[in-house]
Design a protein around this ligand. Structure first.
Ligand SMILES: C=C(O[C@@H]1C=C(C(=O)O)C=C[C@H]1O)C(=O)O
Length: 381
């Protein structure tokens, strides 16, 4: 364990060297982990077989990067969240985009073309995104990362740097895959509304359906993988992510061969929560129409095949509490949402939303503005 001061000093030292690193905290945990690569080398993370931390782009044709544990120093720190003043309803500290801005006109046009495409094709859902450029005042990324840690306890909060990708940060509510030994968990997350303290939560039919089609699509895709067994789909429930609420269904199962992990990830990514249904057609529409490179936004990131020591009690009589330690392999991958790329004094905040035949372009614009609040809030002086 290192102290908070040591943690931030180590990040600075590593950043000065311009060697790859990632520092992150998993949802609901106190411990912040820093993984510092000991060289500037580029390693590929495609196989999901080498223990390390992977950072994969949205478009699988682009490179997936890895910081291998064998090539890195790892530090852990118990981080004490500092209290945040949280105005209700939350007020973003950065100015919101102007009404009828160029960005708004452009995004609404894109969404409308998505709706038209859905109405005239076999596509059910397309997720369309944009990047919002926000100027920030303090070029030092560490205070921004600390505010992310303080504000978003229930998210996967990270700060990643690699010479190949530049600096990225995010606080994502979405798990792509957790796996331990031969068991895995994933989730279907969709539907968005602004969280308002104390008010009763109701969803429109459109949002309920949008989330349900994500669940059944994931179910169907996983069933196609022969190594996947014991698939269980939970009931949908509400989850809060910063200033927003979403509908979530938990999905779990087991697999019976070690190579199944990368097959599951290939089947899931890009999920219908960030790409669409059917996947190939939605992807093609996105790549042809979004007019931006998503880069690592809506890609995935996280721990791959890390060793975890598991202590198990022996069941044998007369050996009370005798423990056996064994090592299991654990992966924790998240979808890279509510994230931004930091370039000098400009933060590029990436935000998107799912479009179905019943969507409205104006509402979709506001959904992306609301989603941008997660990152705007931490870009203060
Ligand atoms: C695409 C994003 O979020 C995804 C899309 C959602 C939606 O369409 O309602 C909700 C949660 C996420 O699965 C994003 O945050 O950029």
């Amino acid at each position: 364990m290192i102290t908070e001061e040591e943690l931030f000093a180590s990040i600075r030292t590593q950043a000065d060297k311009e060697f790859p690193f990632v520092v992150y905290r998993k949802p609901g945990e106190k411990s912040v982990k820093l993984i510092c690569q000991t060289s500037a080398e580029t390693y590929s993370g495609e196989d999901l077989d080498t223990p390390g931390f992977v950072f994969a782009a949205f478009d699988s044709l682009n490179r997936s990067l890895l910081i291998p544990i064998a090539e890195a120093e790892v530090f852990n720190c118990n981080y004490e969240n500092r209290p945040v003043s949280q105005p209700v309803p939350p007020q973003p500290e950065q100015p919101m985009p102007a009404r009828n801005s160029q960005d708004q006109i452009k995004h609404e046009k894109l969404v409308q073309s998505g709706i038209d495409q859905i109405k005239t094709s076999s596509i059910d859902k397309i997720v369309l995104a944009r990047a919002e450029k926000v100027k920030f005042h303090d070029p030092d990324p560490i205070p921004i990362f600390r505010r992310l840690l303080d504000r978003y306890e229930d998210a996967f909060v990270y700060f990643w740097y690699h010479p190949e990708t530049g600096t990225w940060m995010g606080a994502t509510p979405e798990t792509l895959l957790h796996s331990e030994r031969n068991r895995f968990k994933t989730m279907a997350l969709a539907g968005t509304q602004v969280y308002e303290e104390g008010s009763e939560i109701t969803w429109r039919q459109k949002e309920i359906e949008e989330q349900a089609i994500v669940t059944s699509y994931i179910d169907k895709e996983l069933q196609k993988i022969s190594e996947v067994k014991e698939l269980k789909i939970g009931e949908p429930y509400n989850v809060r992510a910063g200033n927003l609420l979403h509908i979530r269904t938990d999905i779990q199962g087991s697999f019976d061969s070690s190579s199944a992990l990368s097959r599951i990830v290939t089947a899931l990514h890009p999920t219908p929560a960030i790409c669409g249904i059917p996947k190939a057609e939605a992807l093609q529409f996105i790549l042809q129409n979004e007019e931006m490179d998503r880069e690592y936004y809506s890609g995935y990131l996280g721990e791959v095949q890390l060793s975890k020591e598991v202590k198990r009690n022996s069941n044998r009589r007369n050996q009370e509490n005798q423990q056996f330690a064994s090592i299991s392999r654990v992966s924790n991958l998240y979808v890279n949402l509510r994230c931004m790329k930091l370039e000098q004094d400009i933060a590029k905040i990436f935000v998107g939303g799912g479009i179905t035949k019943d969507s409205n372009a104006g509402e979709e614009w506001y959904e992306t503005v609301n989603k941008s609040v997660t990152m705007r809030r931490v870009l203060v002086k």
